[in-house]
Ligand binder design. Sequence first.
Ligand code: F6P
Length: 342
Amino acid sequence: MRIGVLTGGGDCPGLNAVIRAVVRKGVASYGHEFVGFQDGWKGPLEGLSRPLGIAEVRGILPRGGTILGSSRTNPFKIENGVERIKDNLAAQGVDALIAIGGEDTLGVATKLHELGVNVIGVPKTIDNDLGATDYTFGFDTAVNIAMEAIDRLHTTAESHHRTLVVEVMGRHAGWIALHAGLAGGANVILLPERNFDVEQVAGYVEKRFQHQYAPIVVVAEGAQPLEGQMVLQNQELDAFGHVRLGGIGQWLAEQLEAKTGKEARTVVLGHIQRGGTPTAFDRVLATRLGLQAIDAAHEGDWGKMVAMQSTNIVRVPLADATAELKTVPLERYAEAEVFFGS
Ligand code: F6P
């Protein structure tokens, strides 16, 4: 079989580990050939490909990003997009695709499968918000980066008796904020799953200062104040209809400074959370998902996504991954609330 591989959407650490596992097992165990499609769905749409063999995947396990490039191209928003993909796959003799991506990339994969394209999906996102899988690779790395940043911010916040507000990614799910905040000992964690009361947050901050410690407030980029408008960087939508989030940290710091009279500063971690080498957890998860994906392709088990459930790697229908956003249950948030303001 000749199999195309692509990575779509926001990059994350571990993508190269999947590509490596797919190619290494596919060539060695099954004798398949591979084509690397460039920049997500743009690759098969425009016929942009590159060779992908054992030589091309040597040494990429620890490397962040993706050797194939990525984009947020949506072929369903482009005239004759599906026909163009089918034509390009046929022209390059490609029998099947392994698509590595999040909600958007796998949403396209699901529809293409329904239209007769042989596809296997591999879930990835630092946001950890995909259904049907307990964890996505990239998440653990992002959490560790944010945790280390919070550790560092504690010492400077204490020295200057300031509030430090740390804005983390995660889109409309608070997983990164929750885990990084818990691991980093934040004094308050604010998630998109529950609108926050600025007065209450200011109360937590004041209490922390009374204990002679400076507060660290972790806020997810998608968090919103009660009855407030979400703070957006701009109102433009991408090809999948998403707004670009960001700005809530700065807004909150201004509010806290005004309400508490203590200086408050903001740190926006941004793409630092997505860059660099994956953690061991993410390398292992990405590798195991890649191995299962090539097994599924070899068996012709099309329309499946490989997933982590408990400690097992299983196959689920592609549509299950994107049916519902996996957000933080409020009971999980309650665990963290015990530590707020103390
Ligand atoms: O989905 C991953 C993610 O990093 C989100 O956490 C964030 O909102 C978004 O992508 C940022 O997208 P971009 O890289 O296009 O700015």
